[in-house]
Design a protein around this ligand. Sequence first.
Ligand code: ADP
Ligand code: ZN
Ligand code: ZN
Length: 804
Amino acid sequence: MKIASVIVDVPSRQTDRPFDYIIPEQWEDILKPGMRVTVPFGPRRLQGFVVGIKSQSEVERLKPIEAVLDVTPVLNEELLELGKYLTETTLCFAISAYQAMLPAAMKAKYEKEIHLIREEYRPLLPQEIQALFAGRSAIAWKEVEQAKLWRTVQKAIQQGYLEVVYQIKEKAGKKVVKHIQLAMPPQQIRQAIEAMPARAVKQKQVLTFLLSKNEAVPMQELIEQTSASYASVKSLVEKGLVVEKEIEVYRDPYEHRTFAKTKPLPLTVEQEKALSAIVKRVRANEHRVFLLYGVTGSGKTEVYMQAMEEVLRQGKEAIVLVPEISLTPQMVERFKGRFGSQVAVLHSGLSVGEKYDEWRKIHRKEVRLVVGARSAIFAPFENLGMIIIDEEHEASYKQEENPRYHARDVAIYRARLHGCPVVLGSATPSLETFARAKKGVYELLTLPKRISDNGMPDVHIVDMREELRSGNRSMFSRMLFEKLKERLHKGEQSVLFLNRRGYSTFVMCRDCGHVIRCPHCDISLTYHRAGQRLKCHYCGHEEPIMYRCPSCGSEHIRFFGTGTQKVEEELTKLLPEARVIRMDVDTTSRKGAHEQLLSKFGEGKADILLGTQMIAKGLDFPNVTLVGVLAADTMLHLPDFRASEKTFQLLTQVSGRAGRHELPGEVVIQSYTPEHYSIALAAKHDYDAFYQREMMLRKMYGYPPFYYLTLITVSHQEITKAAAVTEKIAAYLRAQLSKEAIILGPVASPIARLHDRYRYQCMIKYKREANMTSALKTIIDRYQHDAAQGDLSITIDTNPYMMM
Ligand code: ADP
Ligand code: ZN
Ligand code: ZN
């Protein structure tokens, strides 16, 4: 007898281990680790992953597996192991790790149904339930809930009249198309044609057509090509001359597009140097992490593509990660143009079914390259030759739900296993990465110049305090306004960028740019309407709101922020002749809207593109010669220790949008704190100086890369409960960890109340803590029971990027 160990789909601490099931005889030979099965679990039927097969179990009286859902494993051995690594490092449940590796379409969805056990019981049911069933023998649980009859139904279940049935639904199935194929060798078919009566013209035509094709032909096509009727094809099937076959087809999101084939460009000396360093490791099967540090437009993508070609020549596979927002049609086109159908593309613009299809191309080894957002790191390749992470500093590589993994860590883990290089590319590397490159942990490759002769665009910083002083209360400075008008006259395009993150939370003086900060944390204080107070969300420092600037005495001190809609209104007033495209969450929520708006702009049907961070990256329009940043400060004052780094990166990215082609570009950055190093150094394109400066502060205040962080967030409907639990957790950690660990909090989270739940947090800064993981696990175990009641929720992030 064989036994399967199965991880079941119940994300809880108690069920976070394999359960044993008997493998029924008919599946003994086919069932393998990594396949999905359906198993009985208490009163339920659940989906699960087979993680091991053995011949003995310590458990007596095992139940058998009910169904096998896959023909081949959907998770290979390496990915099963990777799951363990994820559970260890992110403290997630194994089931969450495995589900994260698969496309959403494959995640089980359960629909609870209520079934009438026997028809004879129907008259015994209470009237209202009979009415609800209305003659049917099964109804959805949702109907019971809507009718608020669950108590009555529960009673009927106890009496044995009704039962609960869990139906597993896959979210999107495979798409199959009916094909027709010859059922005999050609010689026999020819004989059959001759033997047919003369009036069977159509049938003869069909057979002749199939002979000429020598492969299965879609039914639709066959009927169109031969103008035969469905009936004549059917009669051929009945005669046994042809067979019907369901053949799986892919929903190809790019099937209506052709991509002009591109060839590798002759490389510059720097590109050549970078490429050969990477290629050497690919050929030698050696793991190495490279940082390809090069300004926007320095030719990084060309290096990636030529390295990918080498990987293909070696008969291996490559994964390219690109931030979701940079996965623009232009980006896709570059990879499709070079690699055609050898590359699968995975991004959030695809439907669930399309993503599933792209994933299956990888799974069946029909493609050897994948370009995709974060989760593409789990592509089920078995012979990886390289992993590339473009814009490696992007926060979107960190998943903000379970499992809270960072794609960079997963990439390095997988690459080490496969003995292959990882290439991290960026114009503004994260501090963590650049620090490792400087220490020689990563190998630094540099592309210092732009490919085009224009060099970097000129960047002007406008001091918005000055504007106010000279009586300009508009959100456009005189300089930006003049330059916009100028572009309009010359028929050139402009991009206006507004960062809306951090809307109205910090307090700033419009006269001197002074922002109220925490005296202990170097983090801006957050304004709380209730109680009119300013609070630090790291350490809990609190002070009353001020009505006069503590620095200059001005009364123009206030909360900060504007929306894109307001900007658009003002633009229409000031420049009524300008055609404006607004891109933000409101205008791009419809599927395909993002792409449509961008191509409209690309075709020159608008003069100004106005948008949020979604327009900051990846866009490459030759006619854009002006980029305006309306308020560079909004992100600078978020309660996040990475605020300066993010601001620097964003301004650099945005500036990179101008003058990428023949026309020279210009950038105008409006700011209330133009002297801030993030802004001043971004304008000078001076990453190195920024790095030095920021590292000093990180060291001083004890942040990464000098310290590791772990963030624990507790939420509950009752504020006292949330605070008390966080207090206990902090106390427990203080007892468990060494004196070197710094435990901050408990303190209310920056978003102190969400969906009527109060949120508290506790942050741990540490260098080396042997007890860390076990202490965190104990906390999860301790509060699991309360959490199961649904009231309390605890999230632990071992590498937080969202401090809110
Ligand atoms: P990055 O990825 O660093 O932003 P790209 O690879 O997009 O840079 O290169 C910027 C532009 O320069 C692109 O239009 C690209 O086709 C072009 N380019 C890159 N390498 C070369 C080269 N060796 N010779 C000519 N043009 C190049
Ligand atoms: Zn503080
Ligand atoms: Zn002031």
